[in-house]
Design a protein around this ligand. Structure first.
Ligand SMILES: C=CC1=C(C)c2cc3[nH]c(cc4nc(cc5[nH]c(cc1n2)c(C)c5CCC(=O)O)C(CCC(=O)O)=C4C)c(C)c3C=C
Ligand code: FE2
Ligand code: FE2
Length: 335
């Protein structure tokens, strides 16, 4: 059976105009895997509360990180896809859940080459309904059974991810903040297959459970634990937080923006931030953390601040993706 691969990420707007942002945000936020409210409520929230103001604000944010190659996220993913294609025997296409390159165009290219089984590799180390869950649903919807589908499992704990992250912290003397993308608490409870584990006790994520197969919070803690172990960091050398909160519902805590305000008050004036939920640098690392996060930290008394880059298109990034793909025969089939 001829096999092909889809390398998938969330996506960026086509350009930095307010109109492009409106189209992108509407597509992103109307996805029921991202805002999991019943359609009328989601429609009202997105169209009446978010879309009137956010496109203009987000357009300014994207302008601050846009490069001559366009969006950093799409650029890194495309570079990775090109490099992987040179090494792999089987075809691979890059696609974005929202905007371009679209899922439909990538699937058409694979099918035109006679591909009968697609291996979907969502570029998210940790499982979340809003990312891996939404990407899988979207691919299935577009594919309409025209090929078999397998989906890569979360890879938050593999040495090919952990080792280069630990290596990037080797010479860091500052306090290290592991800032992960946030998630509404409701999402965690919804994806708990036991229905009774996630967020039911303070230490649920450190108590063994089958729920951890889809528990974003547990998987983030595990990445941190393994990196800390590998890098030999003492307990007082690092903190964990969750960023990018949207709306008023409770999200995973502690919130990065609050932690950035609190750290200088605790005497931590020199900080390095790493964002292991992101395989490639994007708006959420380059603008939210590097620009706005830095401002927050320094305003609160912080003196030095730096970002540790994501794996991006480094040799370690290629090695990690190649290792995952080499194991594609074991990826679970998606029905
Ligand atoms: C309810 C809203 C959102 C949830 C839940 C969410 C989860 C989530 N997102 C990522 C990774 C990325 N998010 C990106 C952009 C982005 N995310 C949201 C909303 C939610 N994300 C919005 C509205 C946007 C658009 C930008 C903005 O206006 O803030 C991106 C792409 C950034 C880029 O450079 O183009 C990524 C990547 C993860 C990993 C995650 C849950 C774990
Ligand atoms: Fe958990
Ligand atoms: Fe997001």
């Amino acid at each position: 059976m001829k096999r092909g691969f889809l390398l998938m990420n969330t996506g960026s707007p086509d350009d930095t105009s307010e109109e492009a942002l409106r189209v992108y945000l509407k597509e992103f936020l109307m996805d029921p895997y991202v805002i999991d409210l019943p359609f009328p409520l989601r429609y009202a929230l997105v169209h009446w509360l978010i879309l009137p103001k956010r496109p203009a604000e987000s357009a300014e944010a994207y302008k601050a990180i846009w490069t001559e190659n366009g969006s950093p996220l799409v650029h890194y993913c495309s570079t990775l896809a090109r490099g992987l294609n040179k090494k792999l025997q089987e075809p691979l296409e890059v696609c974005m859940a929202y905007r371009n390159p679209s899922v439909a165009s990538a699937i058409d290219k694979l099918l035109a080459q006679g591909v009968e089984e697609i291996g979907l590799l969502p570029m998210f180390p940790h499982y979340a309904m809003a990312t891996t869950g939404g990407c899988t649903a979207l691919v299935k919807k577009v594919l309409k059974g025209r090929a078999k589908l397998r989906v890569a499992p979360p890879f938050y704990n593999i040495p090919e991810l952990i080792d280069p992250i630990a290596e990037s912290l080797k010479d860091v003397k500052e306090h290290i903040l592991f800032s992960y993308h946030g998630l509404p608490v409701r999402h965690l409870k919804k994806t708990d297959p036991t229905g009774s584990h996630c967020m039911q006790s303070a230490d649920c994520c450190r108590t063994a459970s089958p729920a951890h197969a889809t528990c974003y919070r547990h998987q983030c803690f595990e990445t941190t634990r393994l990196v800390v172990e590998k890098a030999g960091l003492e307990k007082d050398r690092y903190s964990i937080s969750f960023q990018s909160r949207l709306g008023r519902d409770p999200w995973l805590e502690p919130y990065t923006d609050k932690v950035l305000e609190e750290l200088p008050k605790k005497g931590i004036k020199e900080l390095a931030v790493i964002c292991p939920a992101f395989f490639c640098d994007c708006l959420e690392t380059l603008e939210e953390i590097q620009i706005r996060g830095q401002e927050t930290f320094k305003k609160a008394g912080g003196e030095s601040f730096r970002m540790i880059p994501c794996l991006n298109d480094s040799p370690a990034a290629f090695h990690c993706l190649e290792t995952l793909i080499s194991n594609a025969g074991n990826w679970p089939a998606s029905t």
